[in-house]
Design a protein around this ligand. Structure first.
Ligand SMILES: [Ca+2]
Ligand SMILES: [Ca+2]
Ligand SMILES: [Ca+2]
Length: 311
C-alpha cells in the first residue's frame, strides 16, 4: 500500500469522526522501521542510534493534526491551533486547518486540497503534545504527560526531555539524522555510510525535494521520491522540529524547507529555532519506539505526575 493510500484511509476515518460519531476515529501514523541498531555516528557526531525504532513515513499532516485538535482543543488553553493555519495571505492559504464555533465547543476541519500537506504553524510544544496524545492512546489521552512531562517551568526553561518508556515522541535529532542520511556502504550507501542529503544522494535538485520557493508553498507529503529507508520529504517541504536542544530557547530543526534556497549538508549545520516559534515552514515528524518495558515505565511516570497534581 502506498503512503498516499494509507493516509486516505486515515482521512476517511477522521472525516467519519467529524460527521458525528460519538467517538473520534483513531488516526494512523504510517511509519517505517529503522534498523541497523548501534550504527556509528557520522563525522558530524550525529546519526548513531543504539535501538531499533520506527519513524513517521511523512511529516505529520493536516488531517492527522486536525484529528488531534478535534480530540483535545474544544477549548484551546495550550494554543494547539494557530489562526494562521486557516488564514489567507494575499489570496494564498499556507496552512490547512480551519476552526469553527466558540471556545468550549471549537471544531476543526481540513481545508480542501490541503489534507495531506504537512501541518505547519506549530511550535516544538505543539509537537510534544501531539506525541503525548499518541502515547496516551489518542482520544481523550492527556497532552501534558507521557512521552514528555510538560510543566510551565520546564517549557519556559526549554529543558524538557523525552521520558524513559515513551512510545511516541518527536524525533530525536539522532533518530532524524540517521533516518535521513544513513545507508550502510554494504547496502549500496555512500562509502562512509552517510549521504550528504536526505534524498540518499550526494547532490540534490528541486526535482527531488520542495525547496527554493519553486512551489512557494508546502506540497502534499510524498510528492517526491522516498529515500533509502522509504521516508518522504526529509529534505524540504517543512523543516522539522527535533528534540535537540541548542541552548537557552532554541531547539534544533532539520531538513530545511520550501523557503530555503539550499538544503544544508550536515557539516554546514542545521536550523536553530526558538522553541515557541510557529511559521508556515515549520512542522514535525514523530518516532514510535517499540519496547516491552515501555508500558511499565509509563505507569511509573503517570503515577509520579498524579502525585504532583495532588500536592
Ligand atoms: Ca501552537
Ligand atoms: Ca558521505
Ligand atoms: Ca521536511
Amino acid at each position: 500500500m502506498s503512503v498516499k493510500s494509507i493516509i486516505s484511509v486515515a482521512a476517511i476515518a477522521a472525516a467519519t469522526g467529524l460527521a458525528g460519531t460519538s467517538a473520534l476515529a483513531q488516526i494512523t501514523i504510517p511509519t517505517v522501521p529503522i534498523g541497523d541498531a548501534g550504527n556509528a555516528a557520522d563525522s558530524t557526531g550525529f546519526g548513531s542510534v543504539a535501538y531499533t525504532y520506527n519513524i513517521g513515513q511523512t511529516e505529520v499532516t493536516n488531517t492527522q493534526y486536525a484529528a488531534f485538535l478535534n480530540a483535545k482543543a474544544a477549548s484551546d488553553p495550550y494554543g494547539l491551533y494557530n489562526t494562521s493555519m486557516g488564514a489567507t495571505f494575499n489570496g494564498i492559504v499556507f496552512g490547512g486547518i480551519t476552526r469553527s464555533g466558540s471556545s468550549g465547543s471549537y471544531t476543526y476541519s481540513t481545508i480542501s486540497g490541503r489534507e495531506n500537506n504537512p501541518v505547519n504553524f506549530v511550535s516544538f510544544w505543539d509537537a510534544t503534545r501531539f506525541a503525548n496524545w499518541l502515547h496516551n492512546g489518542q482520544g481523550s489521552g492527556d497532552t501534558e504527560t507521557g512521552a514528555y512531562t510538560l510543566t510551565s517551568g520546564g517549557i519556559i526553561a526549554n529543558t524538557i526531555t523525552r521520558n524513559a518508556g515513551a512510545q511516541w515522541a518527536v524525533t530525536s535529532e539522532n533518530e532524524w539524522y540517521k533516518a535521513a542520511y544513513y545507508q550502510p556502504a554494504s547496502a549500496g550507501g555512500d562509502s562512509d555510510n552517510y549521504w550528504s542529503y536526505p534524498t540518499s544522494s550526494n547532490t540534490i535538485t528541486t526535482a527531488q525535494a520542495n525547496y527554493n520557493y519553486v512551489i512557494g508553498n508546502t506540497t502534499p507529503v510524498g510528492s517526491y521520491a522516498a529515500n533509502y529507508y522509504g521516508l518522504y520529504d526529509m529534505a524540504g517541504n517543512v523543516r522539522e522540529w527535533t528534540e535537540g536542544i541548542w541552548y537557552d530557547t532554541r531547539r534544533n530543526m532539520r531538513g530545511d524547507d520550501y523557503t530555503r534556497t539550499n538544503i544544508l549538508v550536515p557539516t554546514d549545520g542545521r536550523n536553530i529555532v526558538v522553541h515557541t516559534a510557529e511559521s508556515s515552514n515549520y512542522g514535525f515528524r514523530v518516532s514510535q519506539i517499540p519496547g516491552p518495558g515501555s508500558v511499565a515505565l509509563l505507569s511509573i511516570g503517570g503515577l509520579a505526575a498524579a502525585r504532583r497534581r495532588r500536592s
